[in-house]
Write a protein that binds this ligand. Structure first.
Ligand SMILES: [Fe+2]
Ligand SMILES: [Fe+2]
Length: 283
């Protein structure tokens, strides 16, 4: 057991911005600590490679889950067949070649002090179910469009061979639930997913109807079913730490350069996940 090792998390780096890359270069060496990168590093293989190298120089282990931007049909390696699932597989391979842990790898057990804890890296997307009860599914996109909101994913992610994002999301839910159910019952968990696991955590006041691209109600109870001590997500670009049923939910976005203090740099936004804090804020 490693006594002083810490687990950190950060998401939504969007390293296509030069000022964010420069800021990331100023990150400290974190020695034996681990770091979770919770998606939306960028759109291309080059974005991911650059970032993994940056963090692997500073942390003993890097863990990654994809965001929606990683699934966009764009590549730094020229034209090719880049449907969402194919792009995901390519990004997983890129991580594995560098020893970075992905949702497709065996779950790791936290080596630090405290109760036995499994770190479950998940990839579950969205199915447009984060919408009011009186908005039918087939009107969800129109409901968002009434306020001028349409996620770029609609044109940049091709979910084939799945018929649509809903089917891909549901397949990932089934796959992930089976793996989570196999975690030893004596273990607590840290659940990591780019998208929030609960609708009531989605607070994006500037574009509230963007919620339909933010997750699925199929994961609302995962934090209690699978004994989470912490749930890590990003995507909203609205940082927060909240409690639900006594479980910490940490939204760990860095965001676009106008959404964080570039002078302070990303190290001010790294969120400590483990060891657990002694006291929590209000729910
Ligand atoms: Fe993002
Ligand atoms: Fe995102």
């Amino acid at each position: 057991m490693l006594c002083d090792v810490k687990l950190w998390a950060l998401s939504d780096l969007h390293v296509r911005y030069a000022e964010t890359r420069a800021a990331l270069e100023r990150l400290d060496d974190h020695g034996q600590d681990w770091v979770i990168l919770a998606g939306d590093i960028g759109e291309t293989e080059e974005h991911l490679e650059w970032t993994l190298e940056c963090f692997q120089r500073r942390f003993a282990k890097v863990l990654w889950v994809p965001g929606n931007h990683e699934l966009w049909g764009v590549s730094s390696r020229g034209p090719g067949k880049l449907d969402g699932p194919v792009k995901y597989d390519a990004m997983v391979s890129l991580c594995r070649a560098r020893g970075v842990v992905t949702p497709e790898d065996p779950y790791l057990v936290w080596p630090g002090a405290g109760a036995p804890t499994t770190i479950a890296l998940c990839f579950v997307g969205y199915d447009y179910s984060f919408r009011p009860a009186d908005v039918p599914l087939d009107q969800a996109l129109d409901w968002a469009a009434e306020t001028g909101v349409r996620c770029t994913d609609e044109s940049m992610i091709k979910p084939a061979p799945f018929a649509n994002m809903i089917e891909w999301c549901q397949a990932r839910v089934r796959h992930t639930e089976a793996r989570l159910a196999a975690i030893p019952e004596t273990h607590r968990t840290v659940l990591v997913n780019h998208f929030p696991l609960r609708h009531d955590l989605v607070w994006i006041p500037r574009v509230p109807r963007f919620s339909i691209w933010c997750g699925t109600t199929l994961t609302e109870t995962w934090h209690t079913r699978f004994r989470a001590s912490v749930v890590v997500s990003g995507h909203l670009h609205v940082r927060s730490g909240q409690l639900r049923d006594g479980v910490r939910f940490e939204e760990v976005s860095l965001g676009y350069p106008q959404q964080y203090d570039v002078e302070k740099g990303p190290r001010a936004y790294l969120r400590l996940i483990l060891p657990e804090l002694a006291a929590h804020g209000p729910a």
